[in-house]
Design a protein around this ligand. Structure first.
Ligand SMILES: Nc1ncnc2c1ncn2[C@@H]1O[C@H](COP(=O)(O)OP(=O)(O)OP(=O)(O)O)[C@@H](O)[C@H]1O
Length: 492
C-alpha cells in the first residue's frame, strides 16, 4: 500500500470519537511502513503480518496478537520500533494496547488485554501458566510410567548444552516456551527447519528432555521419519497396525525428525495425518523437523502440509562467528581442554556452515594430539584439519590473496603496495597481510616485501590491528569470511 504520511492520517482522524477499526488499520499500516524499513524481511513477515489492528481511540491503538508468547516476543524485541513508529504517526501521546488471542484452536478466541511495557523480561511464559505435574499417588504412577517408557531421547541434548546465538534465537525461545507448556501453546506443531548439522535434532530433543525432567508429560517420544515409516510397514506386514496406531495416539509429546523423508510415502502420510489429528485435538504437542521450509517439501499431501503449518515454523541458520567461537569453547570445556585463541579463531573462521563439522574438527584435533603426543599449535591444527578446512597453504600464493583483496575493495595492486593512507587502501593492505599470514606459510619478511617492501614489524602491526578489529566489528569478520571464500574458490 502506498505510504500515508503522518499528516495525512491525522487530517483524516475523526476528532473526539472513539475511532473505528478502519482508522486503526490506517494507523497500523502507516506504522508498518516505518517498521518495515528498520527490521529484516523475515522478521517482519514472522512477527508483524500476523498482527491485526483492532481499535483506535483516545490516542490508543489496540493490536491483536496470536499468543502470549507472541506478545512477549514483540515487547522484548520490537517494541522500540513500534513505539517510534507510533510516535511518528500519532505523536508522543500515542499509546499501544495488546489484545492476546489465548486459544484460537478451540474456535472461540479468548482475548486478554495488556498494556504496552507491562511484561517480564523473559520470553518464556509466566510461571503461573506452566502446568504442574500430577500430585501424590498419580505422580508416583506417572513417574513410573515415564521412566519405563522408552523415549529414545539422547540425554546429552539439553538446552544447557545448546549455545544460543542470532542464528537460533527464535527457535530457542519458541522451543523453551513449548517445553514449559507442551500442547497448551500457539506453536502446535512446532516446526524447526534448517540445513544439515545445524542443531535441529538437538533442539527438539532438548524440548523432550526438559518436558521429561520436569515431569510435565508422561509419554514423550522421539522418532526419525525413517524409523516411523519402517515400523509402519512392518506393522502392516505383521498384522499389528492396530497396536501401532494406538501406541502413537497415546503420546503426549511426539517429536518427528526429518519429515522430508515422508515425501512420496502415501500410506505413511495417511497414518501420520490421522495421528496428527488425534493428538492435536487432544492438545498433545507435536514437534517436527525438516531440512527445508514445509512449503518447499515436494510429494507431501496438501492436507498434511496445511496441518504442519498450523503452528509455528522457525528456522536455524548457520552460526555466526561469535556463536561458532562459543560452540568451540563449550566443546573444549566439555573435553577439559584449553586451546590458544588463535586456534579457536582459525577453526571458527574457516568452518562456517555446519556445527557437526565444527565438532568434527575438535574431535579430530584432540585425537591427533593424543596419538602423536604433540602440542596443539596453529601449524599442527592446519595440518591435522587440512581435509576438513580446504584452504591449504601450498595451493595459495600471495598473488591470489592480493587479487582477491584488490577486487573486493576495488583498488589496484599498485594502491595495495603503495604508500596511500586512504582508509579503504590501508585497511585492504592490512587485511591482505593478515590473510597472508593466516593462510600461507610465507614468512613475515616475505609478506612485507610482497606488499610494498615493508618490514616485518609493519606486517605484525597490520595483523594485530585486523585481529583486534575482528573482535569488535561484525563487518570486518564478514569481510574476512567473504574474502576467504573467494580465495578458496580462486585457489581450487
Ligand atoms: N547451537 C549449538 N550449540 C551446541 N551444539 C550444537 C549447536 N547446534 C548444533 N550443535 C551440535 O551439532 C551436532 C549436530 O546437530 P544436530 O544433529 O542436532 O543437527 P541436525 O540439524 O539435526 O542435522 P541433520 O540435518 O544432519 O539431521 C550435534 O552434536 C549438536 O549437539
Amino acid at each position: 500500500m502506498p505510504y500515508t504520511s503522518p499528516q495525512d492520517i491525522l487530517q483524516t482522524r475523526p476528532e473526539a470519537h472513539p475511532v473505528k477499526a478502519g482508522f486503526a488499520q490506517k494507523v497500523w499500516d502507516a506504522c508498518l511502513e516505518i517498521i518495515k524499513e528498520k527490521i529484516n524481511n523475515q522478521a517482519f513477515k514472522t512477527w508483524f503480518t500476523p498482527i491485526t489492528p483492532l481499535n483506535f481511540s483516545d490516542n490508543e491503538l489496540t493490536i491483536e496478537v496470536p499468543s502470549q508468547f507472541f506478545y512477549e516476543w514483540i515487547e522484548e524485541n520490537y517494541s522500540r520500533y513500534v513505539k517510534e513508529a507510533l510516535k511518528e504517526i500519532i505523536g508522543a501521546e500515542g499509546k499501544l494496547m495488546y489484545s492476546i488471542v489465548m486459544d484460537k484452536s478451540q474456535g472461540h478466541p479468548v482475548t486478554i488485554e495488556l498494556p504496552h511495557q507491562n511484561i517480564a523480561k523473559s520470553a518464556e511464559p509466566p510461571a503461573s501458566t506452566i502446568p504442574s505435574p500430577p500430585q501424590s499417588a498419580d505422580r508416583e504412577r506417572f513417574e513410573k510410567n515415564r521412566i519405563k517408557f522408552e523415549s529414545h531421547l539422547n540425554p546429552k541434548y539439553t538446552f544447557s548444552s545448546l549455545i544460543r546465538g542470532d542464528c537460533n534465537s527464535l527457535a530457542f525461545a519458541a522451543s523453551k516456551s513449548v517445553a514449559q507448556n507442551p500442547g497448551q501453546n500457539a506453536f502446535n506443531p512446532l516446526v524447526i527447519y534448517g540445513g544439515v548439522g545445524l542443531g535441529k535434532t538437538h533442539m527438539m530433543q532438548a524440548i523432550g528432555n526438559q518436558v521429561r525432567e520436569n515431569c510435565i508429560s508422561e509419554y514423550v517420544l522421539y522418532v526419525s521419519s525413517e524409523k516411523f515409516a519402517i515400523d509402519f510397514v512392518n506393522a502392516i506386514q505383521n498384522g499389528n497396525i492396530q497396536e501401532f496406531s494406538s501406541f502413537y495416539r497415546k503420546i503426549d509429546v511426539l517429536i518427528i525428525d526429518d519429515i522430508q523423508f515422508f515425501a512420496g510415502k502415501e500410506k505413511t502420510q495417511e497414518e501420520i495425518f490421522h495421528i496428527f489429528n488425534t493428538l492435536h485435538q487432544s492438545n498433545k504437542q507435536i514437534i517436527l523437523s525438516s531440512d527445508r521450509p514445509i512449503k518447499e517439501i515436494k510429494g507431501i499431501e496438501d492436507r498434511l502440509i496445511s496441518r504442519f503449518n498450523w503452528g509455528l515454523s522457525v528456522d536455524l541458520q548457520p552460526p555466526d562467528y561469535e556463536t561458532r567461537k562459543a560452540i568451540i569453547q563449550s566443546k573444549l570445556e566439555q573435553n577439559g581442554v584449553n586451546l590458544d585463541s588463535t586456534i579457536v579463531d582459525f577453526i571458527a573462521t574457516n568452518v562456517t556452515q555446519n556445527v557437526r563439522e565444527l565438532e568434527g574438527c575438535i574431535v579430530k584435533l584432540l585425537a591427533a594430539h593424543s596419538l602423536f603426543n604433540q602440542e596443539i599449535d596453529l601449524a599442527f591444527t592446519k595440518s591435522t584439519l587440512k581435509d576438513i578446512i580446504r584452504i591449504q597453504s601450498k595451493q595459495l600464493t600471495l598473488e591470489t590473496i592480493e587479487k582477491a583483496v584488490c577486487s573486493y575493495f576495488s583498488i589496484t595492486p599498485n594502491d595495495l603496495k603503495g604508500k596511500s593512507k586512504k582508509k579503504e587502501i590501508a585497511t585492504g593492505r592490512q587485511i591482505a597481510m593478515y590473510l597472508s599470514k593466516e593462510l600461507t606459510d610465507s614468512s613475515l619478511k616475505t609478506i612485507g616485501l610482497h606488499f610494498g617492501g615493508r618490514d616485518h614489524s609493519t606486517v605484525i602491526h597490520g595483523c594485530n590491528t585486523v585481529s583486534k578489529k575482528m573482535e569488535q566489528s561484525m563487518e570486518i569478520r564478514n569481510t574476512i569470511e567473504e574474502l576467504k571464500k573467494r580465495i578458496e574458490i580462486m585457489s581450487m
